[in-house]
Design a protein around this ligand. Structure first.
Ligand code: SF4
Length: 293
């Protein structure tokens, strides 16, 4: 049966919980002047995650120096870096009682090191304030600078995530300022680093990629030793963004999960509404219990 692209299929529709925890989470983030990718990127899971007191922090401002065709974050001239942000973020993470903290950023090609120092300062603040929580960073490609990646790795994240987002054939249209091989190389460098954290990456389906192209990306990720891969349905934030080429059904995501695991990727988290930080605590908890790796 052909699915109409103007109407979302049933598997992407669900009840939206909203209650006191949602409001408390939103108020805390507002009071501490913190940004989240949940709000900034218009994530479809925001109601659910905020209602569980979970959010993925977006550091280094709300304006990105790049202009990807899938992303809802504003682009243009970014704000000045706020040196107090790491402390406020750690305070919010503690107030929310997070056991696993996800920190991401806009791309800051204007800053020396691409803002890696601010990531490191944020990780350090989290270590001081919440020493028992695990830390996940979802980093930009830092223009391929190994020194920037080393700065983040030296601050000891438990998970280093860098999303490939889509297949290389679509980079020119979807991620015009990114380079597929550069992103892949970053993930490979993570696994070769001393005390390597878990390496994680993510892909969206529904941008026009073919099954053969997805197979190639999964095999590239397996070859660089990526531990965790997330796959979710691309949803166009507006008519100015890349259009949705198709809606992949849940069983297709399940098949990709099996395929990735068969290639040796230890954890495949694949479902239409999966986003790279969705239920991110789960994998680290499973790992700590020895159930995952
Ligand atoms: S899935 Fe991630 S980005 Fe989306 S609302 Fe949840 S924590 Fe935020």
């Amino acid at each position: 049966m052909k699915t109409s692209l103007t109407r979302k299929p049933s598997w992407l529709r669900r009840p939206l919980p909203q209650g006191p925890v949602f409001s408390r989470t939103a108020a805390l983030l507002r009071d501490l002047r913190l940004n989240t990718v949940c709000a900034g990127a218009g994530c479809p899971n925001r109601m659910e995650c905020y209602s569980r007191g979970v959010a993925a922090f977006l550091i280094l401002g709300r304006v990105c120096t790049r202009n990807c065709a899938f992303c809802d974050i504003a682009h243009g001239r970014p704000e000045a870096v706020d040196p107090e942000e790491p402390g406020r973020l750690a305070k919010a993470a503690a107030a929310l009682g997070l056991r696993h903290v996800v920190v991401t950023s806009v791309s800051r090609d204007d800053l020396p090191g691409g803002g890696a120092g601010h990531f490191a300062a944020t990780l350090a603040a989290l270590r001081r304030t919440l020493p028992l929580a695990t830390r996940e960073t979802l980093v930009p490609d830092f223009g391929g600078d190994p020194g920037s990646l080393a700065t983040v790795l030296a601050a000891a994240p438990h998970v280093l995530n860098h999303n490939l987002e889509t297949v290389p054939e679509l980079y020119a249209r979807i991620r015009p300022q990114a380079v597929y091989d550069r992103s892949l190389e970053l993930l490979g460098r993570v696994k070769k680093s001393p005390d390597a954290p878990l390496a994680k990456s993510g892909l969206m389906l529904g941008l026009g990629e073919t099954p053969a192209q997805i197979r190639r990306v999964l095999s590239d990720l397996a070859n660089v030793g990526c531990d965790i891969v997330t796959m979710g349905q691309y949803l166009a934030p507006s008519s100015n963004h890349a259009p949705v080429a198709r809606y992949a059904p849940p069983e297709e995501f399940a098949a990709w999960a099996e395929h990735g695991q068969a290639l040796g990727i230890k954890h495949m988290h694949c479902a239409p509404l999966v986003r790279s930080s969705y239920n991110a605590a789960l994998f680290v908890e499973e790992k700590n219990r020895g159930e995952l790796f």
